[in-house]
Design a protein around this ligand. Structure first.
Ligand code: 3HC
Length: 311
């Protein structure tokens, strides 16, 4: 009965075991997972737009091939995560409807414009770097399908981060104009990358419960700090300075101290008032509308195959 099922669920969580789709789970556990995994999937799909804008303008065939591979990977990450959502009983069409009508979110970071090809490198280095900090712990998330999707996603994210950093190293070794492009992109993406980890723990309504259920393994601030500690030395190796005059190593803490984050900007962007929110949703809405015939054809083909196999 339900009491036994509840006790079994709590034992599995306490023993750091996995919850699988057919296991009993509290409705609130299911709901918060659909919320987080759907928004993670939406982020991957919307995340194709900022960099996708540079596919036709990549400076060489090699850079175009790398960028094409990365953007295709993001689509795949979205599909794994929508599939993980479906194991929780969510309907993919419903999730898309919630995205395009603004009832579900996607990561704030993708509401900023990509103004030069250096942005492709900085997104790989900072945004995918931040995603790796956030996603590696999710490989140990208590919900099985989510954790397993993360393992493959993290492997591909590492390629995304390395290709971005390599592009920036190449540009920093190039002309003064290329170095200026890199510095400008770093200045525009640094603070939004820190905001990507979410609001401070004290203002995070979901963190405590997600930690108790081991959906999240670290808090927003812990992961943000880990990202800063990893990234500052990388910026030094690249020869770029980060746009934070308060950034300095704190030997006592064993971490970098950094300046205040503009939380009003994060809430504005989450609310829909970021630089590119309207464009990102309009593009996603148009893609969904224009893809209607493909979905209809695929289901007609599947139905024909099923009818043929049934005889
Ligand atoms: N952008 C948009 N919304 C955000 C946000 C952000 N950066 N940070 C927080 N929020 C929202 C939350 O969704 C929540 O709203 P909701 O309750 O309506 O969902 C609210 O702000 C309060 O935030 P909380 O900290 O309480 O929410 P969470 O506990 O869910 O933490 C999170 C937010 C850290 C983003 C967590 O959901 C998470 O770890 N998600 C999985 C990772 C993810 O989504 N990453 C997206 C990065 S993009 C990416 O990975 C693509 C890569 O290829 C670059």
């Amino acid at each position: 009965d339900e009491t036994e099922a509840q006790a079994r669920f709590e034992r599995l969580i306490a023993e750091d075991q996995r919850i699988e789709p057919r296991d009993w789970m509290p409705e609130a556990y299911r709901a918060t997972l659909i919320r987080q995994v759907a928004q993670h999937a939406h982020s991957e799909i919307i995340g194709m737009q900022p960099e996708g804008a540079w596919l036709t303008r990549a400076p060489s065939l090699r850079r175009k091939a790398i960028l094409l591979a990365k953007v295709q990977d993001e689509a795949g990450h979205g599909l794994y995560l929508y599939s993980a959502c479906e194991t929780l009983g969510a309907d993919r069409a419903d999730l898309t409807e919630k995205l395009v009508t603004g009832r579900q979110k996607y990561s704030s970071i993708f509401n900023y414009p990509t103004l030069s090809f250096a942005d492709v490198g900085v997104i790989g280095w900072l945004v995918d770097g931040a995603a790796i900090c956030n996603q590696v712990p999710l490989c140990r998330s208590s919900y099985g399908p989510y954790a397993r999707a993360m393992i493959r996603i993290c492997k591909e994210e590492s390629f995304h981060q390395r290709q971005g950093y390599e592009l920036l190293m190449t540009m920093m070794g190039g002309t003064e104009e290329q170095r200026a492009q890199v510095r400008d992109a770093v200045d525009r993406w640094w603070w939004p990358s820190l905001m990507m980890f979410g609001p401070p723990d004290a203002e995070s309504p979901n963190t405590a419960r997600s930690m108790a259920w081991r959906i999240k393994r670290h808090t927003n601030d812990e992961l943000r700090q880990r990202f800063v500690d990893i990234t500052v030395p990388q910026a030094e190796a690249l020869g770029v300075s980060l746009p934070d005059p308060d950034l300095r190593w704190n030997a006592e803490r064993g971490h970098y101290d950094h300046g205040p984050i503009d939380w009003d900007e994060l809430s504005r962007v989450i609310r829909g008032d970021g630089p590119c929110n309207a464009e990102r949703i309009a593009t996603r809405r148009a893609a969904h509308r224009d893809g209607e015939w493909v979905r209809r054809a695929a289901s007609a083909h599947a139905a024909k195959r099923a009818a043929r196999d049934a005889v």
